[in-house]
Design a protein around this ligand. Structure first.
Ligand code: C2E
Ligand code: CA
Ligand code: CA
Length: 511
C-alpha cells in the first residue's frame, strides 16, 4: 500500500492535469516500487499513449481532408474564372487581372495594356460550316493568342468570338507589336476536317491610366476595336478620345436612320437599264438615297453597312421593296411602261436569309397586282456563295414566286461555272470593274468576250454596268452584249424624271 503523503500521488495528479490540458506527449514517471500506484501510473501512461496515437491519426486525416477541400475550392475557382471551351480566362478573371494590374500602379506608360479582339468572319464560318467547326476555330484562335504573348499576360475569351489580353506591364508600343503579331498569326489558315478557313480579326488597344477602372479600359478598348472594324479587316487601333465622339455621332446616325426608314426620309432614285441594240429602256434599277435633315444626301455605300451593323437592314429592305414595286405600279397605271419593263431591287444577304422576306415579296406583289416577272431582285455573288442551305431554300422560294433573280457585281466574287449553273438565277450583272479598261486597254475586249461566253455557257444573259462612254457602249454592242447600264445612258435620277427619259427613247423603242 502507499501512504497518503506519497509524493507520487501529487505527481500523478499533476500528470493527469497536463494530459487533460492537451499535452498528450507528457508521461508520468513510474517509481521503482512497482506497486499499485505505479500500476495506475502505467495505465494512465498507456492511455495517454493511445490517445496520442489516435489524436495524431485524426490530425493527419483532417490535414488530408483540408488539402482535398482546398484543391476542390481551387478547382471551383478555376471553373468560375475559366472559359470552358478554350480553357482561357473568362470575363471575371480578366477583370480581376486588370484590377490587380491597375492596383499595382506600374510606372506611367508601363501598362497595364488591354487588347480587345473580335474575329471578322466568324459568324459566316459558324453559319455555313456548323457549330463544331466554329468551336474548333475558337479553340485554335485561343491557342494562337496564347502562343503570341508572354506567360504572365492573361488571355481571355469574353464570349462569342470576342477575346482579350491583359499585359500587366507593357508600353502601348510594345502592346501594338504584340497585337500585330497576333493579327499575323491569325492570317495562317485554320485546318478543319476537309477544309481550311481563314479568320481575320480587329483589335482595339487601351492603355491604363491612373484612376481608371477595368470597366473604363474595356469600354475604351471596345471603342478602339470598333474603329478598327470600321476600317476593314485585320486592323489595330489605339483608343483616343476623338473615337468616342465618332462613336456618339455614329449612334446618332443609327437613330436618325431608324427614324428615316419609319418616316419616309429615304428616297429611291432610278437608273435605266438599256437594250444596247435599240436604246430602249428595258427597265430601271432602284437605288436608295437618304435625305438627311442636316447632313443632306447620304449615299448607300455609307449607310447600307451602317444599317447592316445596326440590324436595320431588313426594315430598310422592306421599305425599298414596297416603294419600288408601288412606283412600278404607278408607271404601269400611267401607261408609261409596258409589261416588258422591269424594276431591279438590290437585296441584302440578310434579306436572303429571312423567310419573312419571301412573304413580304409575295404580299407586295399581291397588294399591287404587278406581274412577278417585272420585279427583278439583285443579289451579290458573295451573298449567295457564302450562304448556307437556308439561302438556297429562300432563293428557290423567291424563284417560285416568279420574280427574276440576278447576280449583282458578277466577277468580283468567286463563283465557279459549275456553281453558277446550279443557281436558280436568270441573269448576271457584270461588275463595272470588268469594263473599266474598255476603250483604253486593247486587251479588254477579249476579256469581255470571254466573260460573255462563260455567262452564256451557263445558259444565262448578262447586263453590263458602269458604261460611261459612247465608245464602251459601242464595243459592248459590237461584241454582241444585249443590255447595259451606266452614266453614259443616264445617272440614277429621281422618279419624276423617268417619264422624260422614257419619252427620249429612240424611235421604235417606245412601248
Ligand atoms: P450596285 O448595286 O452595284 O449599284 C450600282 C452603283 O454604281 C450605284 O451606286 C450607281 O449609282 C453606280 N453607277 C451606275 N452607273 C455608273 C457608272 O457609269 N460609273 C460609275 N462609276 N458608277 C455607276 P449607288 O447608288 O451609290 O449604290 C451603291 C451600292 O449600294 C449599290 O451597288 C448597292 O450595292 C447598294 N445599294 C443601293 N441601293 C440599295 C438598296 O436599296 N438596298 C440594298 N441592300 N443595297 C443598295
Ligand atoms: Ca445593283
Ligand atoms: Ca453592281
Amino acid at each position: 500500500m502507499f501512504a497518503d503523503n506519497d509524493p507520487r500521488l501529487s505527481q500523478l495528479l499533476e500528470g493527469i492535469v497536463r494530459l487533460a490540458s492537451g499535452d498528450l506527449s507528457s508521461r508520468i514517471e513510474v517509481s521503482p516500487a512497482r506497486d499499485e500506484l505505479d500500476a495506475i501510473i502505467t495505465g494512465t501512461n498507456l492511455l495517454a499513449e493511445d490517445l496520442q496515437i489516435i489524436y495524431e491519426e485524426l490530425e493527419q486525416r483532417v490535414q488530408v481532408r483540408t488539402q482535398l477541400l482546398h484543391e476542390a475550392h481551387l478547382e471551383m475557382q478555376k471553373m468560375a474564372m475559366q472559359d470552358p471551351l478554350t480553357g482561357l480566362a473568362n470575363r471575371s478573371a480578366l477583370i480581376d487581372a486588370l484590377k490587380t494590374a491597375l492596383d499595382a500602379g506600374a510606372a506611367p506608360e508601363e501598362g497595364p495594356v488591354l487588347l480587345l479582339m473580335d474575329l471578322d468572319a466568324f459568324k459566316s464560318i459558324n453559319d455555313s460550316m456548323g457549330h463544331t467547326a466554329g468551336d474548333q476555330v475558337l479553340i485554335t484562335v485561343g491557342q494562337r493568342l496564347r502562343g503570341a504573348v508572354r506567360a504572365d499576360d492573361v488571355v481571355a475569351r469574353l464570349g462569342g468570338d470576342e477575346f482579350a489580353i491583359v499585359m500587366p506591364s507593357a508600353t502601348p508600343d510594345q502592346a501594338t507589336v504584340v497585337g500585330h503579331r497576333i493579327l499575323a498569326a491569325l492570317k495562317q489558315p485554320i485546318e478543319l476536317p476537309g477544309r481550311s478557313v481563314r479568320c481575320g480579326a480587329s483589335i482595339g488597344l487601351s492603355a491604363g491610366a491612373e484612376g481608371q477602372t477595368p470597366e473604363d479600359m474595356l469600354m475604351e478598348a471596345d471603342v478602339a476595336m470598333y474603329a478598327s472594324k470600321a476600317e476593314g479587316q485585320n486592323r489595330l487601333h489605339r483608343f483616343e478620345p476623338a473615337l468616342l465622339l465618332m462613336r456618339r455621332l455614329r449612334s446618332q446616325l443609327v437613330e436618325d436612320l431608324r427614324a428615316a426608314i419609319k418616316s419616309d426620309g429615304l428616297t429611291l432614285y432610278y437608273q435605266p437599264v438599256v437594250e444596247l441594240a435599240t436604246g430602249r429602256v428595258e427597265g430601271v434599277e432602284a437605288l436608295v438615297r437618304w435625305n438627311h435633315p442636316t447632313r443632306g444626301f447620304i449615299m448607300p455605300d455609307e449607310f447600307i453597312p451602317l444599317a447592316e451593323e445596326a440590324g436595320l437592314i431588313s426594315e430598310l429592305g422592306l421599305w425599298v421593296l414596297r416603294a419600288a414595286v408601288h412606283q412600278l405600279r404607278s408607271w404601269i397605271a400611267a401607261s408609261l411602261v409596258d409589261n416588258r419593263f422591269s424594276v431591279r431591287i438590290n437585296i441584302s444577304a440578310t434579306d436572303l436569309q429571312s423567310l419573312q422576306f419571301i412573304e413580304d415579296v409575295r404580299n407586295v406583289l399581291k397588294e399591287t397586282g404587278v406581274r412577278p416577272e417585272q420585279v427583278v431582285l439583285e443579289l451579290t455573288e458573295v451573298a449567295i456563295v457564302k450562304g448556307n442551305e437556308l439561302d438556297r431554300y429562300s432563293l428557290a422560294g423567291l424563284r417560285g414566286l416568279g420574280v427574276g433573280i440576278e447576280i449583282d457585281d458578277f466577277g468580283t466574287g468567286y463563283s465557279s461555272i459549275s456553281y453558277l449553273r446550279r443557281l436558280p438565277v436568270d441573269r448576271v450583272k457584270v461588275d463595272r470593274s470588268l469594263i473599266t479598261g474598255l476603250g483604253t486597254d486593247p486587251s479588254q475586249p477579249a476579256l469581255v468576250a470571254a466573260v460573255l461566253q462563260l455567262v452564256r455557257a451557263c445558259g444565262l444573259e448578262a447586263v453590263w454596268e458602269g458604261v460611261e462612254t459612247a465608245e464602251q457602249a459601242g464595243i459592248l454592242r459590237g461584241l454582241g452584249c444585249l443590255s447595259a447600264q451606266g452614266y453614259y445612258f443616264s445617272r440614277p435620277v429621281p422618279p419624276d424624271q423617268i417619264p422624260l427619259l422614257l419619252a427620249d427613247q429612240p424611235e421604235g423603242a417606245n412601248p
